[in-house]
Design a protein around this ligand. Sequence first.
Ligand SMILES: Nc1ncnc2c1ncn2[C@@H]1O[C@H](COP(=O)(O)OP(=O)(O)OP(=O)(O)O)[C@@H](O)[C@H]1O
Ligand SMILES: [Mg+2]
Length: 431
Amino acid sequence: MALQVFTAVTGAGWESELVGALDRDDHGVTVVRRCVDVSELLAAAATGTGQAALLSAELRRLDGEAVARLHAAGVAVVGLVEPGDELAAQRLRQLGVAQVLPADADPEVIAAALRDAVAGAPDAGRDVADPRAALPVPAEPELPPAPRGGRGRVVAVWGPTGAPGRTTVAVGLADETARLGVDTLLVDADVYGGVVAQVLGLLDESPGLAGAARLAGTGTLDSAALARLAWSVHPGLRVLTGPARADRWPELRPSAVSVVLEEARRLADLTVVDCAFSVEDDEELSFDTAAPRRNGATLAVLEQADTVLCVSGADPVALQRCVRALDQLREVLPDVEPVLVVNQLRRGPVPGDPQEEVSAALDRFTGRRPHFFLPADRRATDAALAAGRTLAEVAPASPLRSGLRGLAAELAGVPAPAAGRRGVLRMRRAG
Ligand SMILES: Nc1ncnc2c1ncn2[C@@H]1O[C@H](COP(=O)(O)OP(=O)(O)OP(=O)(O)O)[C@@H](O)[C@H]1O
Ligand SMILES: [Mg+2]
């Protein structure tokens, strides 16, 4: 059966001729709808009557969101650009169009590209509701994993609700890797309200991640633009602030956040992302399958990260939340293998040796042992919060700073500096 194709190549002189040639000759392609704009194309895609869309770079209002919605509707996308317009081709690729051809390509070549795109279409639904099935328990993760293709690595700092210390760990980790000589970018992607700017004493009115996502959505984000949007906190550490107001989460479209992370890999050796806690896919209950998903940005980060740290508190309530959160993560992203970091370890909330007890409890209920322990150190965190500075600046000899430095050294693949060793050896690894 011929491939059913939508076209949206308005604004280009070659449209009629191309559509005619595709339809007329026996290329195995039938143009079922010639759309005049993005809205019509999306509406056509939602009818389920086509498997692919052929669109031109000039199409007005074409952005990453539209391409993601086409993919979510099961429509593969092929882009056409004016011959030689490499900028337009680059822009289309950044929007998520994998196959881009010059408009004067032979109709047979275009038809083949459409067939290839359908054969290799990405999984539907990263931006919109997409139910996922639970899979078996994953293997114990290694730290640090191999970098992807020699580009900068992405570490997502995630964890359950209840403020276990994700932001404290993300900020401390990024600051310490930078101090160890690793060019680092800290990204605040907490869709429930980012606080990294405040924690570091920065102006939170800066466009930050939302600004970068906007540029990504229009296909105009590059490393230079990303660098301009980031604060330079000290040599080696850049910060992309997050949405200060929780109600601004729709600015962080998952497809755009993914593009920002790709660009971040080019800009920095290591990108540390402070994530929100929730990975719920509750929008999948909605009948509107194109509804934006609040937690989509978190899922996109967790899916793309080379390493996902799951930060848990060390008391019984926090541990219970951690067990549930790991269950939920496995349901929505079965391939993600988080590395457990237990924070705020102290005597008191659990009987006996806290490190042993916490380790045994997590092992029993999740099949995973914590990889790292960080001590409760209120004196140090209060000093940092009061000054809007990092632990290295205000409490350089504190046990928490030592622990974070050890974790940073391990993630960066460098030896832990001598000053941090005692704290690290004392607190790390349960077994
Ligand atoms: N190891 C620690 N010792 C003492 N206090 C800590 C430690 N880690 C974090 N805190 C404190 O706990 C509080 C919550 O930490 P943080 O903001 O990092 O958590 P979170 O998981 O990012 O929370 P949220 O859900 O608000 O994003 C803060 O006041 C922080 O200073
Ligand atoms: Mg936080």
